[in-house]
Design a protein around this ligand. Structure first.
Ligand SMILES: Nc1ncnc2c1ncn2[C@@H]1O[C@H](COP(=O)(O)OP(=O)(O)OP(=O)(O)O)[C@@H](O)[C@H]1O
Ligand SMILES: [Mg+2]
Length: 361
């Protein structure tokens, strides 16, 4: 899959910009605060339906503008398509695919498949389980609209169940209704996540082995309900709910999985989160992202679009070169303040954009 054109109007610090990307590597260069990340954010918005930087859509609208518009034109195995997103200060965001308005955001999933790696993505390794669930869910939503809707439903059920527990007057009958849905929907989520991590594990191991010059073995394990059999997952979730009932009522929220699922990340057998160096953690996070590309490519039969924000400055030259070699096979947008000639010399084809104060030179 690749983007031929990105067009933005009144988006972040841009009044208007139109970029025609090449199929392989595209460098987006410029000083700090000129608008490099904003371009990746616009593409990510078309892929995932929201920003990776903010949960508030309106923050992306150019200050003092009423409306912001982003459009990507895509070539994929489905043919030519476009995604249009309009952000409005006083109305909900509007999404259309090839000119047809989208009623439910799930329809957008998979149309413009993206994988983002920015310095923030270190969170996947470094921080709590929330970050790793976000990682699994964003990948799974792009792989399947059904997963997107299932996850939305699950979050609603969880929030209703918690509301009931919080007001302290939950009757057994009322809880039973939510428990039934929690188990039904939660089991599907757990099964999908488990399947995703199993696939991720083998790809990530290979990627990390290469990235670390065979020095490190990356092991990735799913930490949640330990079965792929939907009935067994349901039974496990039900017994967890039953066992946690008193605790749930006492504290006013749901303790059970799968909203607590996690991924264990080990480097040469020890927990990367606690014992990994900064560079090791960064490389492990990158290997997970590259493995995510492998999964998307494998299942969609075409690579997604890779967005690399400020990543090269954080890796040593040998890792940068390996990464760039990999990027040749997937359309990649790379932002950087500058790029060393040695790195440019290591690749044959690339396109370069220079960004200055919200304009493309
Ligand atoms: N809604 C907005 N309206 C106008 N300008 C904005 C808006 N949001 C952010 N900006 C400004 O846009 C500029 C570009 O931000 P961006 O994060 O894209 O820069 P960058 O080139 O990636 O910089 P860096 O190299 O520091 O990462 C910043 O000066 C920022 O303050
Ligand atoms: Mg930036």
């Amino acid at each position: 899959m690749n983007i031929s054109t990105l067009q933005i109007d009144n988006f972040r610090n841009y009044q208007h910009a139109k970029l025609q990307f090449a199929n392989g590597i595209n460098f987006i260069l410029g000083d700090n605060a000129q608008g490099k990340t904003s371009l990746l954010e616009a593409v990510y918005l078309c892929g995932v339906g929201k920003s990776a930087r903010t949960s508030k859509d309106k923050e992306m609208i150019k200050i003092e503008s009423k409306q912001s518009r982003v459009q990507v034109k895509l070539n994929s195995k489905r043919g030519k398509e476009s995604v249009d997103i309009v952000l409005d200060r006083t109305a909900n965001k509007r999404v259309s695919i090839s000119g047809v308005p989208v009623v439910r955001l799930g329809e957008l999933m998979g149309v413009c498949s993206v994988v983002l790696f920015s310095p923030d993505e270190l969170r996947i390794v470094k921080e709590g389980p929330n970050e790793r669930r976000r990682f699994m869910d964003i990948a799974l939503c792009q792989l399947s609209k059904t997963y997107f809707y299932t996850l939305n439903n699950f979050n609603k059920v969880l929030s209703q169940r918690n509301k009931l527990l919080k007001n302290g007057r939950a009757s057994d009958d009322e809880l039973f209704i939510w428990d039934k849905q929690f188990v039904e929907i939660g089991a599907k989520i757990a099964k999908n996540r488990r399947g995703f991590v199993d696939r991720l594990a083998s790809f990530a191991k290979v990627r990390h082995f290469a990235l670390s010059d065979t020095r490190e073995e990356l092991t990735v394990k799913y930490h949640g309900v330990d079965s792929q059999d939907l009935d067994i997952v349901k039974q496990t979730l039900q017994s967890q709910l039953d066992a946690d009932r008193v605790k749930d009522l006492k504290h006013g929220y749901t303790h059970s999985r799968p909203h607590k699922d996690d991924i264990q990340i080990l480097l040469n057998g020890t927990d990367a989160r606690c014992f990994g160096s900064q560079g090791q953690q960064r490389s492990a996070a990158l290997s997970l992202k590259l493995a995510e590309i492998d999964i998307l490519t494998d299942l969609n039969r075409e690579p997604p679009i890779l967005l690399l924000d400020d990543v090269l400055s954080e890796l040593d030259n040998s890792r940068c070169k390996k990464l760039l070699q990999f990027c040749k096979f997937t359309q990649t947008l790379i932002t950087a303040t500058h790029i060393e000639q040695e790195l440019l010399d290591s690749i044959e084809h690339f396109k370069k954009f220079v960004i200055k104060n919200g304009t493309v030179e």
